[in-house]
Design a protein around this ligand. Structure first.
Ligand code: AHM
Ligand code: MG
Length: 341
């Protein structure tokens, strides 16, 4: 612990300022975000124990999308449910790891918000000690649902309606990256103090980049515009893009997006020709929307190929979508490739 970290602004102070001065969040959302951040601390703690905590490995169960669940997927989901059930700021929750919504039981205190999360993103990296994270998104209960039981359809709001979104990354440092619609702020967990310390007040993604992130093993399944773009990147200074490109692929969206928020880049998990991938791999409500909100708030751009992701009207809770996000000029370039067909 340093005396500096004690004096720096922490998450609570940042959120109180957002509520009182900037009026970007209600008291309810502020407290909800504090609860989510507390749950992320607990998840980060479990992650860091690894084999010592007996949390590595898979379970026999599958989630609603037919993916084998890791012990930490399920544990993280439970931590988020338990912390938020008693928070008093929510009407219901939905998670990548649950078949359907989870309503706050009648007896518990309630609020007028909906919380969505991918409790542990990057599951394939859990057992190999590579950065993973928790992604979350907050919506308001729509006015027509205020006096009745919450249904799945109440969650099906386009990403532009998010009132907050963010992620926690469990890497060499544990960080919380958050937007309430007033830019993107990053907090680093001071483990001795147990406090989220504001370490970057306003993140900006550089507009240009020469670094792309895509799983190249799917190349044969890609649609023509994506294939053409990557071919052009690989062509180097003699190709149409006139420069060398570098490539990174961590296979944890949280870590790939974190790199892009830190130094720019373009991240792509496009829809492709595989039966399972036709609509993309990533989930609109738990991954694409919160990350798109963050990226746009940091000056970047996020599309499914042609359309702005935040404008997509969801039709299902577990819907998948192609994702292309990052440095504005590069994403715009890929959008034009799609326009040209
Ligand atoms: P998960 O939510 O089950 O962990 O899956 C999502 C992850 C993303 O974090 C990452 O970008 C992608 O899957 C990696 O997929 P692949 O293994 O096909 O490269
Ligand atoms: Mg995920």
């Amino acid at each position: 612990m340093t005396s500096e970290s004690v004096l720096k602004k922490n998450l609570t102070q940042y959120l109180v300022e957002q509520q009182r001065q900037k009026k970007t969040v209600t008291a309810d959302v502020r407290l909800l975000l504090e609860t989510v951040a507390r749950a992320c601390k607990a998840i980060g703690h479990a992650v860091s124990k690894g084999a010592l905590g007996g949390v590595l490995g898979s379970l026999d169960s599958e989630n609603v999308q037919g993916e084998v669940q890791k012990k930490l997927d399920v544990l993280s989901n439970e931590i988020l449910l338990e912390a938020n059930e008693w928070g008093g700021n929510l009407a219901a929750m939905a998670s990548e790891e649950m078949d359907t919504l989870h309503r706050i039981p009648d007896y518990y205190p309630k609020g007028e918000n909906l919380l969505l999360f991918d409790p542990l993103d990057g599951s394939s990296n859990i057992d190999v000690n590579v950065s993973i994270g928790t992604i979350f998104s907050v919506l308001s209960v729509p006015p027509e649902a205020r006096d009745r039981v919450i249904e799945e359809q109440d969650f099906l709001q386009p990403g532009v309606r998010q009132v907050a979104a963010g992620y926690a990354i469990y890497g060499p440092q544990t960080m919380l990256v958050l937007t309430v619609g007033d830019g993107v702020a990053a907090f680093t967990l001071d483990k001795e103090m147990g406090s989220w310390v504001l370490t970057t007040e306003r993140i900006t993604i550089p507009e240009d980049t020469s670094e792309f992130a895509i799983n190249m093993s799917n190349m044969r399944h890609w649609e023509a515009p994506v294939k053409r773009y990557i071919d052009d990147c690989l062509a180097g200074p003699e190709g149409p893009l006139g420069k060398n490109y570098n490539m990174r692929w961590i296979a944890s969206m949280v870590a790939d997006v974190h790199r892009i928020l830190t130094r720019g880049g373009i991240f792509m998990y496009p829809r492709d020709a595989r039966a399972s991938g036709r609509k993309g791999k990533l989930r609109l409500m738990y991954e694409a929307n919160p990350m798109s909100f963050l990226v746009e708030q940091a000056g970047g751009m996020s599309i499914d190929g042609t359309q702005r992701i935040l404008d997509v009207q969801p039709t299902e809770l577990h819907q998948r979508i192609g994702v292309i996000l990052g440095s504005r000029n590069e994403v715009e370039r890929v959008r034009q490739y799609h326009e040209q067909g």
